[in-house]
Write a protein that binds this ligand. Structure first.
Ligand SMILES: [Zn+2]
Ligand SMILES: [Zn+2]
Ligand SMILES: [Zn+2]
Length: 763
């Protein structure tokens, strides 16, 4: 799209006119960096041929051979690298970079919308370190960032680089007619609300295009999915077609080159791709794009669909959505994507667990002066943190300066993609030796490599034999078991302190610091084929505790009463099955004909009820539902209370399902970045029924604050999502499938939501 010309031309010009200027280009991936190098080389050829001058640009990354590094450092005008290399391969060795650093005038950060969330919070700290080092060599840097469209460019980029920015949004590229289509696969099963799959429909659409000779790219959400689509495509066209290909991460550079060339030269007509292609690789212009499943952010959709329509002809992009609430929401609210999104990119460079590690790095790079700033941290804040290092004998304070005295090089232990720095190694025993096949975060370790878990990696299936939490190693062995495992997690949430709270319609919203306590207490074995549970085992894993931020909504007492009065909870009568009368009598007898809550007995006036602890509807068989251990004797008053609490919880669970699925779109975050649950009888929410959203990154990076600010918007959109869903009484696309809290819950969820949003939004 020519955006790299926007920075290449002025920078090359400056370098040519003044020999004292160097530039650093940062790309999120090596592939993109190499791509850029090629572009500069082309410009260089033109310069050499026409003006007999040239500049020296080099890629400097993990693939750069050791013995050429010195030469590159000393001869290059432009270094093209990535954040990881800057973090562990350049900054810690800055004295070797003295010549380059002392000339450093421009830093280009391409695809900078990538640097959000945890990765972005790391990136922001790396930039703080880079600015410190540059200042040491007497230079001040001008940053040039390019980005896909995001909702808050000014705020976000200012925070990312810690300096004011000017936003340029002019687009001079040729625009041709492009049709953007959101395709919702038809219902295959009306009652269960099951739709035709993304896979089948994407393949069907791609076949139409392929047979018409229209060059097409199909984006998938995972590498495995891309492989499956290609396999089925090839099977249909007798297997031996050279014009169909797959593009994913992990390809050899030569393989990748070949595909890119094939696409440009129109020798490849259909390519199945993970988002590896999304990031600005040059493949010419395509006629059609199919996005098989919502890729997680609107920015991604825009970028993927932007792959079509760079040429002269009309083009099209189709987003095939699945049945998740988020995707169904999009299919009914196309404006959300078409008319630019409210998506904001968020980072929190001052997240303590991220900041502390980069402070260690910064301190090894150069001593800190007492009056120094670090990003927006004041000298006072900074000194507090540095004194913590002194207290732990990692630093000393002398002559108004802090010096690092720790033995280890801190950069090696930081992962830029996660906030938690504790890692477990995954080890298998093969050919009489232990082989490490990967690593995993500590909190994920308890979830996915607990003893007995089936762990999937690289298409292989492993059984976890044991997990050593002292050595931090999981011992696996290859397995071809016909089942997979699902961990059972118990989560408790504790209030640490409230940050902000306010009265809203029908509820109180609160932002606060909380403590999350996760424990894996067991796991289920589920058959790959058929999906039946064949085992339900107990397990006691260590508790995993972390502090983070949360946003919660507590329903007011008035609303609960109103809903009760409205009789919204009336249920249609249920046929409890042929053994019901017998079981009912057994339960009454066992409970000695007294209400098990208030103790009221049978005295002619009151008829006692027998109640299902877990609702009847959530069982597949009446025999299970009517088992004695699921029955309890209650008086009519207590029974009504019990039923109401189930239904209110059912309504809240429904709202939680919908909002939790909708929230990532407003936060521009990954699905896994947040979690939500219903809590009752807790300090959180003052004993009121409460829905809480919390961040899975220790310390939080601003998602809770954002949700707190967007309170009304999210409730309104949640209401619309559920209200416009075509199902009768709840489905996976709105309030979730029936289950734990009884089937349905749609009506209850809508009733509760309606009481929390302003009347003008109810239509
Ligand atoms: Zn009672
Ligand atoms: Zn009941
Ligand atoms: Zn539904």
């Amino acid at each position: 799209s020519g955006k790299s010309l926007c920075y290449n031309l002025p920078i090359l010009n400056d370098i040519l006119y003044s020999k004292n200027i160097s530039a650093l280009y940062l790309f999120p991936t090596k592939a993109l960096a190499r791509d850029q190098l090629e572009k500069i080389d082309q410009l260089n050829h033109m310069l050499e041929n026409n003006c007999l001058i040239s500049i020296k640009a080099s890629a400097y990354d993990g693939d750069t051979s050791r013995h050429t590094r010195k030469q590159l450092r000393e001869n290059s005008d432009i270094i093209i690298s990535n954040p990881d290399m800057l973090h562990y391969g350049i900054l810690p060795f800055h004295p070797q970079w003295k010549y380059f650093m002392s000339r450093l005038r421009y830093v280009v950060i391409d695809e900078s919308h990538i640097y959000r969330g945890v990765f972005g919070s790391h990136m922001s700290n790396i930039i703080r370190r880079l600015k410190r080092v540059a200042k040491f060599y007497g230079t001040s840097i001008q940053f040039i960032l390019t980005s896909a469209t995001i909702g808050n460019p000014k705020e976000f980029f200012t925070k990312l680089i810690g300096s004011p920015v000017e936003i340029i949004t002019n687009d001079g590229s040729p625009k041709n007619s492009r049709n953007f289509i959101i395709y919702n696969p038809p219902l295959k099963h009306e009652f269960l609300r099951i739709r035709e799959s993304i896979k089948n429909e994407s393949l069907r659409l791609s076949r139409i295009l392929y047979q018409s000779g229209i060059q097409t790219i199909i984006f998938t959400r995972s590498r495995r999915f891309a492989e499956i689509l290609l396999k089925e495509h090839k099977e249909r066209y007798s297997g031996s077609i050279s014009d169909s290909s797959i593009y994913r991460s992990g390809l050899l550079p030569s393989e990748r080159r070949q595909i890119e060339k094939g696409l440009r030269e129109k020798k490849i007509n259909i390519v199945f791709s993970t988002n590896a292609l999304e990031l600005g690789i040059d493949i010419g212009d395509l006629s059609a794009v199919i996005i098989a499943g919502y890729p997680g952010t609107i920015a991604s959709v825009l970028q993927m669909s932007g792959r079509a329509g760079r040429g002269k002809d009309t083009s099209m992009a189709v987003l095939v959505v699945g049945s998740s609430p988020l995707e169904q929401y999009i299919s009914r609210n196309p404006d959300f994507i078409v008319n630019n999104s409210p998506e904001n990119a968020l980072i929190n460079p001052n997240n303590l667990s991220i900041l502390v590690h980069h402070l260690e790095c910064a301190l090894t790079e150069l001593p800190f002066r007492d009056n120094e700033h670090f990003g927006d941290l004041s000298p006072e804040q900074l000194n507090t943190l540095l004194n913590y290092f002194v207290g732990n004998r990692l630093a000393i304070h002398r002559d108004n300066k802090y010096y690092w005295i720790g033995k280890n090089q801190p950069t090696s232990k930081i992962s830029l993609r996660s906030a938690s720095q504790n890692k477990y190694l995954l080890q298998i025993f093969k050919n009489n030796q232990n082989i490490v096949i990967g690593e995993i975060d500590e909190d994920s370790a308890f979830l996915f490599v607990h003893p007995g878990a089936i762990y999937l990696q690289g298409g292989n299936q492993y059984l976890v034999e044991s997990l050593d939490s002292v050595e931090k190693v999981a011992y696996l062995r290859k397995s071809n078991a016909g089942y997979y495992t699902i961990p059972k997690v118990e989560t408790s949430v504790q209030l640490i302190s409230m940050i902000d709270s306010s009265d809203e319609i029908g509820c109180i919203k609160t932002l606060g610091d909380i403590m999350i306590n996760n424990q894996v207490v067991g796991y289920k074995k589920v058959l790959w084929e058929g999906g039946q549970t064949i085992g339900d085992l107990d397990l006691e894993m260590p508790k995993n505790e972390y502090q983070t931020k949360g946003y919660w909504i507590s329903i007011s007492k008035r609303i609960e009463d109103e809903l009760n009065d409205d009789g919204l909870w009336n249920n249609s009568p249920i046929n409890y099955g042929p053994n019901w009368n017998k079981q009912k009598l057994l339960a009454l007898k066992r409970d000695n004909y007294t209400c098990q809550v208030c103790g009221k007995g049978h005295d002619g006036e009151i008829r006692l009820h027998v109640h299902h602890k877990v609702p009847f509807r959530s069982f597949l068989s009446y025999l299970e539902a009517n088992k004695l251990k699921n029955l309890v004797t209650l008086c009519p008053v207590c029974h009504r209370r019990a039923e109401n609490s189930v239904r209110i919880r059912s309504g809240l669970a429904g709202i939680t399902h919908a909002l939790r699925n909708l929230a990532p779109i407003f936060l521009m975050c990954d699905y896994q970045d947040i979690e939500a649950k219903v809590i009752t009888n807790s300090d959180i929410g003052n004993q009121r029924p409460t829905i809480i959203f919390y961040e899975r990154v220790p310390g939080g990076i601003g998602f809770s604050q954002r949700l707190y600010d967007l309170h009304q918007t999210i409730l309104v959109n949640g209401y619309r999502l559920i209200n416009t869903c075509g199902c009768n009484d709840g489905c996976p696309s709105c309030v979730g499938p029936g289950g734990e809290f009884g089937s349905g819950g749609k009506k209850e969820a809508l009733a509760i939501l309606a009481k929390m949003i302003s009347e003008s939004e109810l239509n």
